[in-house]
Design a protein around this ligand. Structure first.
Ligand SMILES: [Zn+2]
Ligand SMILES: [Zn+2]
Length: 368
């Protein structure tokens, strides 16, 4: 095989205009690298970028759950990242300068020089060499990239779950401090909800309930049992608070994690489900104010409410290790993997336009 000289990539020029472009591959120096993309997972952010809810207003290559093979890597970068050409790695969405105060504290998501502006799958193509996202045959790795080695037993499609499962571990276990014996409620049965369920079970949770809303969520609720859920509830059919109390014989959950999308009423449900002194992790985005709820519950129950948005390196590493054990059926999830010319349609499906979306959507850009 002769080395490629060009990359094919999908540029989201404006909302819903995903156009294939050819990019010249950059020269790699001592300090950077080039990845051949094998797979890039899709999450809610991807279809929100596509439909325009989260479009940055300039052309860019989306895709921020990227796994691939290191095709080229400069000697300094190889040493810093602990990798060599041919290694399979996952790319973290944020970059880190390693020298600012935040990076030195290990809080790389708040790097002074990077942050949101240079996130992979978000930075504009006007910044050379343009290949900043996963919807492409090749992905440029700048000197400040953060890479995660992929265990050899994981195939690239399954490895893209590092991103949602990293979130599941951080929001479902690390942030609330979930302990063996805890009772947990997870609001939302998407790939993040299933990941929170698996992570909580793996941390020793005694009981986990997962909720969904409506017919479209039923296949996901059925899948949740494979991820350790002891009880699944469709909130349009059954009151989750009553169901939780009945099943556990208890007053509520030690830990509640909200990973719903556009579900304003989930907030009050989360407050009601959390037991006195318990922790409610809010990671779902509502897009509008929550309907009135009895704020006095926060006081009387002495709740801890914690917002959660990002994921740190330790959680990503733990996610890859947990995936490699095969303890939870991530490989069997309802999944659709498409080449570059199938991405438009898959994003529309995942945005809820048309057929029932798969739980896990993946782009497989390689042409070989
Ligand atoms: Zn994402
Ligand atoms: Zn920094």
């Amino acid at each position: 095989m002769t080395a490629a000289t060009h990359a094919q990539a999908l540029v989201l020029e404006t909302p819903r205009h995903l156009v294939e472009h050819t990019f010249e591959l950059p020269e790699i120096g001592a300090d950077d690298g080039l990845l051949r993309v094998e797979a890039c997972g899709l999450c809610g952010t991807d279809h929100e970028q596509y439909t325009g809810q989260l479009h940055p207003g300039r052309p860019f290559i989306p895709g921020h759950e990227t796994v691939g093979i290191l095709e080229e890597v400069g000697p300094a970068a190889a040493e810093r990242w602990g990798v060599q050409p041919g290694d399979r790695v996952a790319v973290q969405v944020f970059q880190s300068c390693r020298t600012c105060g935040a990076c030195q504290r290990g809080d790389t998501r708040h790097c002074r020089q990077h942050g949101m502006a240079t996130m992979y799958g978000f930075q504009g193509t006007e910044v050379s060499p343009g290949l900043w996202g996963g919807y492409a045959t090749h992905h440029y790795l700048g000197p400040d990239s953060m890479l995660l080695p992929v265990p050899p037993e994981l195939d690239p499609v399954l490895a893209t779950v590092f991103n949602p499962l990293g979130a599941g571990i951080q929001w479902g276990v690390t942030v609330p401090g979930t302990k063996p014996g805890d009772r947990v409620a997870v609001l939302g049965p998407g790939i993040r909800g299933l990941s929170v369920c698996a992570a909580a079970k793996d941390a020793g949770a005694e009981f986990v309930m997962v909720t969904g809303a409506g017919e479209r969520d039923h296949p996901r609720l059925e899948a949740a049992e494979g991820f350790g859920a002891d009880l699944v509830v469709d909130v349009t059919e059954e009151d989750p608070v009553a169901a939780f109390r009945r099943a556990t014989g208890s007053g509520g959950a030690h830990v509640v994690v909200d990973v719903t999308a556009n579900a304003p009423s989930a907030f009050a449900q989360g407050v009601a489900l959390t037991r006195g002194g318990g922790t409610f992790v809010v990671a779902g985005i509502r897009g509008e104010p929550v309907p009135a709820f009895q704020a006095d519950h926060l006081v009387y129950k002495e709740l801890r409410i914690i917002g959660a948005l990002g994921v740190d390196t330790d959680a990503y590493r733990a996610a890859l290790a947990l995936l490699a054990t095969g303890r939870y059926p991530f490989a069997e999830l309802s999944r659709q993997a498409v080449p570059l010319d199938g991405v438009d349609e898959l994003l529309q499906t995942m945005a809820g336009e048309g057929d029932t979306p798969p739980v896990h959507g993946v782009v497989r850009p390689s042409t070989d």
